[in-house]
Design a protein around this ligand. Structure first.
Ligand code: MBD
Ligand code: FE
Length: 269
């Protein structure tokens, strides 16, 4: 970000907030409550939760303007870099021996926008467990539970075995929860998978996928669902397909194809 850009944005934000304070006759107590809220958010370990719930989707929409190929999605507050590389294929997400939930096969292809396969794309997947908990965020889980990295193959295909996440409920007791409560909103995001893709030429993309027919798709507390990110989730009961994946019972099959376009940085170079 150039210094000019910083000056433009910060000065406009300053003006906007000064106008806001005067327009609403914000008292000193109210002003202090606002700054205390930001401090409490950090101290509660909620990281960027408050901002991500209210504002990240808008910034992501701006990022997606005019983009061909797959759109990006909000990262959310719970990404942790450095997830373990999985052994495979077949790739299996880090999990407890008694991990609960319906097995999920997440698969598809990574190509360029014109359909050329992109092999060796790094895929960094993270999501909540069947109780709606993220490792390293909510206590009591193995460090890298349901966080892992793998690569697309020579034909751009990928396939990873994990467990279908449920809708995610934002912590109710923290500062973000208090704000949502005061607004009379619910605390839920629809069930989702987070994934980052990295390629030496095409760069890094952050995506997030939701499941057709899921709860809260229309009322996501983070307002981040976009039609292109909602994928079919087929409950597979066919014995041959179950055996083919080495499962013993029904599983969910979810497919998404990623189409990469060069990043702005690359196309400018
Ligand atoms: C999440 O998992 C998430 O994706 C967002 C945006 C906010 C809170 C929790
Ligand atoms: Fe999430």
């Amino acid at each position: 970000m150039s210094d000019d850009r910083v000056v433009t944005l910060v000065e406009d934000l300053e003006r906007t907030l000064l106008d806001f304070i005067r327009k609403h006759h914000v008292t000193h107590d109210e002003y202090r409550a606002a700054t205390d809220l930001i401090i409490a958010e950090v101290q509660a370990g909620e990281a960027s939760l408050l901002f991500d719930v209210f504002f990240e989707a808008a910034a992501t929409d701006v990022q997606n303007e005019g983009r061909a190929g797959s759109i990006e999605a909000i990262e959310g507050p719970f990404y942790v870099p450095g997830a373990p590389w999985l052994e495979g294929p077949p790739y299996r997400m880090p999990q407890r021996p008694d991990e609960e939930g319906v097995p999920l096969v997440f698969h598809g292809r990574v190509t360029t926008e014109d359909g050329t396969p992109l092999g060796d794309v790094e895929m960094d997947l993270w999501h909540a467990d069947a109780d709606g908990l993220y490792s390293q965020i909510h206590p009591g889980l193995p460090e890298w539970n349901l966080r892992g990295r793998f690569r697309s193959d020579d034909e751009g295909r990928y396939e990873v075995h994990t467990f279908a996440p449920p809708p995610y409920e934002i912590p109710k007791d923290g500062p973000t929860g208090r704000v949502l409560n005061a607004l009379g909103r619910h605390f839920f995001r629809p069930a989702h998978l987070h994934v980052k893709l990295r390629h030496p030429y095409f760069g890094e993309r952050t995506s997030q996928l939701y499941f057709e027919g899921g709860q809260y798709l229309e009322t996501d507390v983070a307002s981040a669902v976009r039609d292109e990110l909602v994928i079919a989730a087929e409950l597979v009961e066919d014995r041959d397909r179950i055996a083919h994946h080495g499962f013993t019972d029904t599983f969910v099959d979810a497919r998404y194809d990623f189409a990469f376009t060069p990043s702005d940085a690359v196309s400018r170079a």
